[in-house]
Design a protein around this ligand. Structure first.
Ligand code: HSE
Length: 437
């Protein structure tokens, strides 16, 4: 049923790199957006922290420092939240919803902490809540999971969902750069923040992983449920060994049903960590700051979604897509699909996750070392797939690639290896995905 709405008024919270592109594109493309939505979309108010900043191309009369005036304005129909952070964004979105406004956000940190509360609030208020831009920027991945693939069973989602770390790892792989030098280059080019912690320690990717996992498995997942490791310990030697063995190291977010490896337990695991994948895996071709999400479904099989995961115009594209969708719904007098967390699956501890591992050991080059190392793996029920030894004078480097084993078994193996007299150092342990089972 069409409601006869001729114009929808839009308010925005925040106007940084993404928000200013949203405002600019709303004006530049207003005729097309109106034709596609079924009503004009007019930006009427933008709340910003600092009114003195010059924002070219945007009518200065739109700006206010009063955030409440956006969410409480009875003339505003749709609110875009691009201020980021938990508060005041959370309270402002709740108020906007309670006041009957549809909300579009790009705020992954907030969704990963308060997703369930926000979905509940939008249900209660009978308003749309869309957030495609929160994960992987321009890439349409959330609505495909929530709508296109909702008739299928997702088995696993593996994603490169942080552009900064992908840029750093690409430079390490292709140019032999150290982590520190690659990070400096990323900072100079504006990919990495001055304080890169959120990216390099995987907080950003963990928040996005929680959102992806929740949608894929119809379960409430927060960032606290995500096992997280950053890329700061990945060394140039790790990258060189990976390359030599036909692998690429990527920071992967992985959400999977635990029956992927043969168990029928109804649990999922969600993890983000540096991962070796074969160089011919589709995700290995995702270079520099690009993102990609690889989805395995029971019926659809394998799918990959690729594109720009950050930046003003790419993220604005996703926000405007959501804006048109919520505008269409409002004109129809309908609502988009709501979240489903009916499956309510348990999130298994990392210890039960099963994968393969590549372990680099610095050992004494003396008789019996290989036997002692192999026995330690065997005692812990970790089966070895390949072993390579590189001599280095009196010492040697042993590179062990395992078959699939649990995290618990691997952890006890590593602990016992560290206690062997012949093992001088466990140089690194990197998980391996994407090999045929
Ligand atoms: N800092 C993020 C990245 C973009 O490097 O991908 C925002 O989520």
């Amino acid at each position: 049923m069409k409601t006869g709405v001729k114009k929808l008024r839009v308010g925005m919270l925040g106007c940084g790199v993404v928000g200013s592109e949203v405002a600019r594109l709303l004006i530049t493309n207003q005729e097309d957006l109106a034709a596609r939505s079924g009503a004009g979309l007019e930006m009427v108010k933008i709340a910003v922290r600092d009114l003195s900043v010059n924002r070219p191309g945007i009518d200065p009369g739109l700006f206010t420092s009063d955030t409440e005036s956006v969410v409480n304005d009875p003339n505003i129909d749709l609110v875009i939240e691009v201020m980021g952070g938990i508060e005041p964004a959370y309270s402002l979105i709740l108020k906007a919803m309670a006041n009957g406004k549809a909300v579009v956000t790009a705020n992954k940190a907030l969704l990963a902490k308060k997703g369930a509360e926000l979905f509940h609030a939008s249900d209660e208020a009978d308003v749309d809540f869309y957030y495609e831009a929160a994960v992987a920027g321009a890439i349409p991945i959330l609505r495909p999971l929530a709508e296109s693939l909702v008739g299928d069973r997702v088995q696993r989602v593996m994603g490169i969902i942080n552009g900064t770390t992908n840029y750093i790892l690409t430079k390490m792989h292709e140019d032999g750069a150290t982590f520190e030098n690659a990070l400096k280059e990323a900072q100079a080019l504006g990919f990495a923040e001055a304080d890169p912690t959120a990216d390099v320690e995987s907080f950003d990717a963990a928040a996005k992983a929680a959102i992806l996992a929740g949608l894929a498995f119809h379960t409430q997942v927060t960032d606290d449920d995500v096992y997280r490791e950053g890329i700061t310990k990945v060394s140039a030697d790790d990258v060189a060994v990976a390359k030599d063995m036909g692998f690429v190291i990527k920071l992967l977010a992985i959400a999977e049903a635990n029956d992927v490896h043969g168990s029928n337990e109804e649990t999922i695991t969600v993890r983000v960590h540096p991962t070796m994948i074969p160089k011919n895996h589709p995700l290995a071709a995702v270079r520099e700051s690009f993102n990609a999400v690889f989805v395995q479904c029971e019926s659809a099989g394998e799918l990959m979604f690729y594109g720009r995961g950050a930046g003003g115009t790419p993220t604005a594209s996703a926000i405007l897509g959501d804006l048109v969708a919520v505008a269409r719904n409002r004109i129809e007098g309908s609502l988009g699909p709501t979240e489903t967390d009916y499956a309510d699956l348990d999130i298994a501890p990392m210890g039960v996750t099963k994968t393969r591992y590549l372990i680099r050991l610095e050992v004494l080059d003396i008789p019996g070392v290989l036997a002692a190392v192999a026995t330690t793996f065997a005692k812990n029920d970790v089966s070895i797939l390949t072993v390579r030894q590189d001599g280095r004078g009196a010492d040697a480097e042993l590179i062990v690639l395992t078959h699939i084993a649990s995290e618990n078994s691997l952890a006890s193996t590593v602990k016992q290896l560290e206690q062997l007299d012949s093992v001088k150092d466990v140089l690194s342990v990197i998980r391996v995905e994407g090999l045929p089972s």
